[in-house]
Design a protein around this ligand. Structure first.
Ligand SMILES: Nc1ncnc2c1ncn2[C@@H]1O[C@H](COP(=O)(O)OP(=O)(O)O)[C@@H](O)[C@H]1O
Ligand SMILES: [Mg+2]
Length: 365
């Protein structure tokens, strides 16, 4: 699918923007502070209901304004159009709309516009906390398995109850057993979802690595969040004393992780910064491939400040991957020529150029 219309109102320094992006390549250039990242941020807001650079909504709303709105028209692969929109006010009220109707939460929007972001934060995928990698795995699971999100939410609720029970001195064994039983059944379910997605991801990633990354011995493995030799029920039982002492549940799907090693050592500790970035790009590209393979749909790529993140050689490689996928991309950078030059040898690719200046976005030739 593609985003074929984007309207932004009162977001950061963008007062009002209305553009019709290309179904494939969109290059967005402008000086530092002109509003390029804000355009990508707007698309991410549409896709996920949240920004990739702020957990708070106030900084997003333009100074002296009371709300921001982002509206997009998504063209599905079957040719149908789906309008989606998000708006947030200063006092925190949010509204999400899809197909002309209000939907209750951002999660209800997320299925319409699958987006992959590559920016300086993404490069923390290897050295960041397990949460970042868990979110990475779960992006795919969320988009391919409809039962994932309700199961994930139920686990959060269950863990909250169990942890609050663990903080009591005296624990009713029947009450604990009933939470444990529910937690075990939900956790096994989510593990099965993650394992199935990971298996597909693993195969595609290995193929990509052979072709694109000349680093030997990269191994990707999925850690479920507890000892794989034991059942989760046994782990909960054996870990009870410690859980009780520290007041929370140590093991479980909330501890799942993606381990990336080279000859048994953590990849983040071995690879150069450039190699790490390349590896992260490969992970992101692989995810798009698997998503398409499973669903027949395509995800949109948002690449922020490409020239600042990758040198010329690696830029060319990323562009080659993106071009092969024939997916819609939005790429920002300060210099127009540097952005355009990466696509020079693909003149057949439908490409649009946008110049951003003080929050105004204008299509140029
Ligand atoms: N809430 C806001 N209201 C008005 N301007 C803002 C707000 N938040 C950030 N800005 C300004 O918006 C501009 C755009 O930032 P950004 O999108 O990061 O630019 P770029 O990516 O082109 O460097 C910056 O100059 C910043 O100072
Ligand atoms: Mg920027």
């Amino acid at each position: 699918m593609t985003l074929n219309r984007l309207l932004i109102q009162n977001l950061r320094n963008i007062g009002g923007v209305d553009i019709a992006p290309s179904a494939q390549v969109n290059l967005i250039f402008g000086e530092n502070g002109s509003g390029k990242t804000s355009v990508l941020e707007a698309i991410n807001l549409l896709a996920l209901g949240r920004s990739f650079r702020s957990h708070k909504h106030k900084p997003l709303i333009q100074h002296h304004q009371s709300s921001f709105t982002v509206f997009g028209k998504v063209k599905n692969d079957d040719g149908s159009d789906v309008p989606i929109g998000i708006s947030r006010t200063l006092d925190g009220e949010a509204s999400f709309k899809a197909n002309g109707n209000f939907v209750p939460s951002a999660a209800d929007l997320a299925g319409y516009l699958p987006v992959q972001v590559i920016n300086s934060e993404t490069f923390l995928l290897l050295e960041g906390s397990p949460k970042v990698r868990r979110q990475f795995i779960d992006w795919l699971v969320f988009h391919v398995e409809h039962a994932f999100f309700p199961t994930w939410k139920a686990i959060q609720r269950c863990l909250k109850h169990r942890n609050s029970l663990l903080r009591h001195d005296r624990i009713d064994p029947f009450e604990l057993a009933s939470w444990d039983q529910e937690l075990v059944s939900l956790t096994e379910k989510i593990h099965d979802f993650r394992k199935a997605s990971f298996q597909q991801f693993f195969e595609v990633f290995n193929e990509l690595c052979k072709e694109f990354i000349k680093i030997d011995g990269i191994k990707l493995s999925y850690y479920r969040g507890w000892d794989k030799e034991k059942s989760y029920a046994d782990v909960l039982l054996a870990g009870f004393e410690r859980d009780h002492r520290i007041g929370y549940t140590q093991s479980g799907s909330h501890r799942a992780d993606l381990k990336i090693t080279i000859d048994g050592q953590d990849a983040a500790e071995i690879l150069s910064r450039g190699q790490q970035k390349l590896l992260v790009c490969a992970l992101k590209i692989a995810q798009g491939y698997v998503f398409t393979r499973i669903t027949g749909r395509k995800s949109i790529y948002l690449v922020d400040d490409l020239p600042a993140e990758l040198d010329e050689k690696h830029r060319a490689l990323l562009v080659k991957w993106l071009a092969t996928m024939e997916t819609q991309v939005f790429i920002t950078g300060v210099e127009k020529d540097v952005l355009v030059s990466s696509w020079m040898d693909k003149p057949e690719t439908p490409l649009k150029l946008f110049h951003v200046e003080q929050g105004r976005v204008v299509e140029v030739q």
